[in-house]
Design a protein around this ligand. Structure first.
Ligand code: BES
Ligand code: ZN
Ligand code: ZN
Length: 460
């Protein structure tokens, strides 16, 4: 169960969130036993500090949480979460100290402290429950938390339990919950229905390749989300070395992200027509594997020379994007753990995105901060088109030289998105360094910035 707010409760402990710069002044104005207790316990209002102050009868009277200084906050994502994780078991109500904007994001972070991936082993529970403060949209925050929890669960689940079949089932479960329709095109039907590159990438695996197609919403602008669903990426015949293969259960992180975003959109009942396309495959090794040097003909008709079977994501996405574009969506979004180059360029915290649409770029930039979902624009640098043109076929899936790997992958995808208004995210999908509300493991990226930008982008 994804974490939720506690029910209103008279016995809740009031929690005061204190800025380090004004902490001493605030304490001075409190009854003496409070300021003494704070002082005796070294409470200064630094980020992550938490303190429960008892009444003279020993029962908790109030709690304090450090909110640090502006400079400290700039170095963190969820400030209150760090304190929340240190508070003893109880139910808390934020009594003072946060602006409305800060409340929204800090509540989201607080609830996410309760996320646990406990499918394979019991995990100790998070014990500090929070009552929704007045003025925040509790249901909206809970639904974003549920969306992120879904994304994390899907990524964290190992490939042994998250193959194309299970990914399809996860999409079907989501569709059922919101009365969406869902179909899949599997195996040889991929060839019959002209999705040849999805078939080629996935055909070596016993766990058969497919395209998942979910549709929801009867009217309004058309939004299509495409997520990379490579359930495990061995690299194919261009096998990844062990260290690079270790984390490749997360290569369906784009699919996990779009399913989370779809869940948030449907829960908010946004007035739009949503389509989610997920090519779900395993990039495996067997006698039927596609090979380096092969030339594939894509759905769109463009031929693609395979220079490296490890550049498989762009192949399966290309057919899905071509199909998406045929339907002329008002906005087309792809999310994919597409390149190691993106990770090198911006690291695991920032979600790099590409778009030719200035309104999309501006809307993402302005909504990233308030959503605590940092994004960074990288260029669709058209002069690099020559790098993906090998000569013997229309396109090359893995340009030699390795320059600008995230950009050339994005340019490859753009060829298939046609005239659609298009934005592509090349995410890492994984948090390698645990922090408050952000455990090591699967992570949704770009989705909350996108969710917040949608009303403006689609005139909702
Ligand atoms: N799934 C990987 C990209 C990846 C690797 C994302 C590590 C995050 C972390 C993708 O399929 C891949 O292997 N891409 C190659 C492309 C290259 C062969 C042109 C890469 O980035 O090295
Ligand atoms: Zn790969
Ligand atoms: Zn991959």
């Amino acid at each position: 169960m994804p974490p939720v707010f506690a029910l209103p409760n008279d016995a809740a402990v009031p929690l005061h969130v204190l800025d380090q710069d004004s902490c001493a002044d605030w304490l001075e104005q409190q009854p003496q036993h409070i300021s003494h207790w704070a002082q005796a316990n070294g409470f200064t209002g630094a980020c992550g500090q938490a303190l429960l102050i008892p009444n003279t009868d020993g029962k908790p009277a109030l709690a304090l949480a450090g909110y640090g200084t502006g400079a400290q906050r700039a170095r963190r994502r969820y400030v209150l979460a760090a304190a929340a994780e240190k508070l003893p078991q109880g139910t808390y109500a934020i009594a003072s100290g946060l602006s409305h904007d800060a409340l929204n994001i800090e509540c989201f972070g607080w609830l996410l402290c309760g996320y646990r991936f406990d499918r394979y082993r019991e995990q100790s529970a998070f014990k500090a429950n929070l009552i929704a403060p007045a003025g925040v949209d509790a249901a909206a925050i809970e639904s974003l938390v549920a969306a992120e929890s879904l994304t994390r669960d899907l990524i964290n689940t190992p490939a042994s339990d998250m193959g194309p079949d299970e990914l399809q089932r996860a999409a079907e479960t989501l569709a059922e919950a919101f009365d969406a329709s869902i179909t899949t095109i599997q195996d040889d039907a991929l060839l019959a229905q002209n999705l040849p590159m999805i078939h080629a990438v996935g055909r070596a695996s016993d766990r058969r390749p497919r395209l998942i197609d979910m549709n929801w919403g009867a009217s309004g602008p058309k939004l299509t989300l495409v997520g990379k669903g490579v359930c495990f990426d061995t690299g194919g015949l261009n096998l990844k070395p062990g260290a690079s293969m270790g984390l490749m259960k997360k290569d369906m992180g784009g699919a996990a992200a779009v399913l989370g975003l779809a869940k948030a959109i449907m829960a908010a009942n946004l007035p739009l027509q949503l389509r989610v396309l997920i090519p779900a495959v395993e990039n495996s090794v067997s006698g039927s594997a596609f090979r380096p040097g092969d030339i594939l003909t894509s759905r769109k008709g463009l031929t693609v020379e395979i220079n490296n079977t490890d550049a498989e994501g762009r192949l399966v996405l290309a057919d899905a994007l071509a199909l998406a574009d045929e339907d002329k969506p008002d906005l087309l979004i792809s999310i994919a753990t597409l390149t190691g180059a993106a990770r090198v360029a911006v690291g695991p915290d920032l979600a790099p995105f590409f778009t030719d649409d200035e309104q999309v770029a501006t809307a993402l930039a302005t909504n990233a901060g308030p959503s605590a979902d940092p994004v960074w624009r990288l260029p669709f640098h058209t002069p690099y088109e020559t790098k993906i043109e090998p000569g013997i076929a229309d396109l090359d899936n893995a340009p030699a030289g390795g320059f600008a790997g995230s950009i050339t992958a994005a340019l490859f995808l753009r060829r298939f998105a046609g005239d659609s208004r298009y934005v592509h995210f090349d995410i890492y999908g994984w948090n390698p360094t645990p922090a408050a509300a952000r455990p090591k493991g699967g992570a949704g990226q770009g989705t909350r910035a996108l969710f917040a930008a949608l009303p403006e982008l689609l005139n909702l």
